[in-house]
Design a protein around this ligand. Structure first.
Ligand code: ADP
Length: 607
């Protein structure tokens, strides 16, 4: 088949089964590799649409595709989501009863299954491999492929055995998928899986539909409520560092009338599972969780992720905040941090070998720098992962939106700060330095006779927290560093250049305007664009109908239709099955199964 013909066939499947009309970036190339039988390694961010890269080609090829996945909890969801689109899929893992497994195997042998999801340890059993050798195997997919690498954040020893697959099925294409961005892990995946001359496709890690903002945590509860109030009846995740914070924040929010549930590793298994389920099924507003929450959650319509405490690395932040807006619709990521968070992490991370500790502390510092940086947040994240942006995001982050204001006399202010640090013999940390510059009568300052310094009280009109914020900004811009042990501030080479007036720093303060604007939804423009013409009350009725159908069929609501489809239905208000089928996200099977009910709901609303 020539490429154009292949593309047409793939687009046809996309339209028929999923109701989509175009490829997302790199999907087309990834699908071509599958069709051509060439091994591939595809790196796309969360929500990039990795699953379709192999699901659509499987429908164009003879035989069955095997998908190796480490997440038992996700397999059922993935299979349910495929079946509801009319695709014959099944899974094999330890959660199945023996008879259920036998039934799946019978269907596989009879050639009735297009996509089989298998846990790695199950796939590598001799009996399983023998059976696969006897049937027509289209290709093998290794999902969450970073699990094969010790360098990844989720190494699974069973994944190492998958290297044998290339020897056992040499004629079969092997396709690895991951969202992990680091170079080291990527190369390791190709080696560990024995991929042969793989096509390597690396997507952009930017998530343009996400809006990032960072604020110092002043009053956690009200700052969190502000975000929740922007998203009435929309699902979100609130991350806290500790279990105690999870419990207390969830409780206060519930007392204030929000519906949230806690999630952390200290809860009994059933309770944790029930809380997660309530969230996935849209029965509560938000889940308040530690980082234990998230793996194995595929919920596409998370509209906000709040970090009520500092994450321990940008890798963690990217992954956790990345759970927002998988469906491509606008979503916001708000990070609330305090200097103390870094100290808490340091205590937690302290208990490990020196080398690991050093790396962990560096990652923590990179996270802190993100909080105090002034470049576009999208760009900052991208650069951390070795990519760049053509242009700043304009409205996709607090900095580009102008929520901060440049301090006019930045150079002079910074020179005052640095010269104070110099006069203090570079032996003190941020709080102490801020106290000196503020002209505080702090006992320690007086005992050290630092009230005699010429820099004492030079910034007396600023608050202590503003001065501390500026000190962090200078660390982030590398004019200062902090010593590892006591966090003493030291002047760097560029700091000395700053003192000589050879370089100009950036210094920001939060604008009054941004404070007063907090009540309005962030990224209003894009929200308007997405909601333009949408009949909101119809949207809500459709959402209720979706919940009801999902409940009846034992599905997750998003498997029935995504939010984008509901919005389009509430905008275009189709009257016939043919019009219904034209809606984005409506494939033939879903049109047949759910069309009537949705059309009736729309018609009723119109009368
Ligand atoms: P990933 O595994 O990369 O995080 P998914 O495969 O779960 O992403 O896809 C995220 C969402 O995007 C899913 O709801 C999926 O159906 C949707 N999607 C994928 N490809 C397309 C496309 N070409 N057009 C529209 N939606 C798509």
């Amino acid at each position: 088949m020539v490429r154009a013909g292949m593309d047409d066939a793939l687009l046809e499947k996309l339209h028929e089964f999923w109701g989509y009309s175009e490829f997302r970036p790199l999907q087309q190339d990834a699908m071509q590799s599958v069709l051509n039988g060439r091994d591939s390694l595809v790196v796309l961010p969360t929500g990039g649409g990795k699953s379709l890269c192999y699901q659509a080609p499987a429908l164009c090829m003879d035989g069955m595709a095997v998908v190796v996945s480490p997440l038992i909890s996700l397999m059922k969801d993935q299979v349910d989501a495929l079946r509801v689109c009319g695709i014959s899929a099944a899974y094999l893992n330890s959660s199945l009863e023996q008879e259920e497994s036998r039934q799946v195997l019978r269907e596989v042998r009879a050639g009735k299954i297009k996509l089989l999801y298998v846990a790695p340890e199950r796939l590598m059993l001799e009996g399983m491999l023998c059976m696969l050798a006897e049937i027509k195997l289209a290709f093998i997919v290794i999902d969450e492929a970073h699990c094969v690498s010790m360098w990844g954040h989720d190494f699974r020893p069973h994944y190492r055995e998958l290297k044998e697959l290339k020897n056992i099925f040499p004629q079969c294409g092997i396709h690895a998928y991951t969202a992990t961005a680091t170079e080291e892990v990527r190369s390791d995946i190709a080696v560990q899986l024995g991929l042969q001359d793989p096509e390597i496709l690396i997507g952009s890690f930017d998530r343009p539909n996400l809006t990032y903002s960072v604020a110092r945590r002043a009053d956690r509860f009200s700052q969190v409520c502000e975000v929740l109030d922007r998203h009435p009846e929309e699902p979100g995740v609130i991350y806290c560092i500790s279990r105690a914070d999870v419990e207390s924040l969830s409780e206060s929010l519930n007392d204030a009338g929000y519906e949230t549930r806690p999630y952390h590793a200290g809860l009994p298994d059933e309770k944790r599972a029930a809380n997660q389920e309530a969230f996935i099924q849209d029965r509560i507003d938000a889940i308040v969780a530690t980082i234990a929450f998230g793996m194995g959650i595929d919920k596409p319509n998370v509209r906000y992720v709040i970090h009520a405490g500092l994450p321990k690395s940008l890798e963690n932040y990217q992954q956790e905040s990345g759970r927002a807006g998988r469906d491509g619709l606008e979503a916001e990521c708000v990070l609330l941090y305090s200097e103390q968070d870094a100290m808490i992490w340091k205590r937690i991370l302290d208990d490990q070998p020196d080398e690991a500790k050093k790396t962990a502390f560096q990652s923590l510092q990179a996270m802190q720098n993100y909080c105090h940086a002034f470049d576009c947040r999208h760009r900052h994240l991208m650069q951390h992962f070795g990519q760049d942006l053509d242009q700043d995001c304009e409205t996709g982050c607090d900095l580009c939106r102008g929520d901060f204001q440049q301090v006019d006399d930045a150079l002079e202010t910074c020179q005052k700060i640095l010269s104070s640090i110099f006069r203090q013999d570079q032996n003190f940390g941020s709080s102490y330095t801020a106290a000196v510059l503020k002209g505080s009568k702090d006992k320690k300052v007086l005992a050290n006779r630092h009230d005699q310094l010429s820099t004492y009280g030079l910034l007396k009109h600023e608050s202590l927290s503003t001065i501390r914020h500026w000190l962090n900004q200078l660390v982030s811009q590398k004019f200062l560093t902090k010593t590892a042990e006591y966090q003493q501030l030291r002047i760097t080479d560029s700091g000395w250049r700053l003192l000589r007036g050879e370089v100009t720093p950036q210094l920001m303060r939060t604008t009054e305007q941004s404070k007063s604007e907090k009540a309005r939804p962030v990224k209003k423009q894009s929200q308007d664009a997405n909601w333009e013409g949408v009949d909101q009350s119809l949207f809500e009725q459709l959402r209720d109908l979706r919940k009801q159908i999902a409940g009846d069929k034992g599905l997750q609501p998003y498997m029935v239709f995504g939010d984008a489809t509901l919005r389009e239905l509430a905008r275009d208000k189709p009257k016939t099955q043919a019009e219904f089928l034209e809606i984005w996200g409506v494939g033939q099977k879903k049109c047949d199964d759910f069309g009537q009910q949705f059309l009736e709901c729309i018609a009723e609303h119109m009368t």
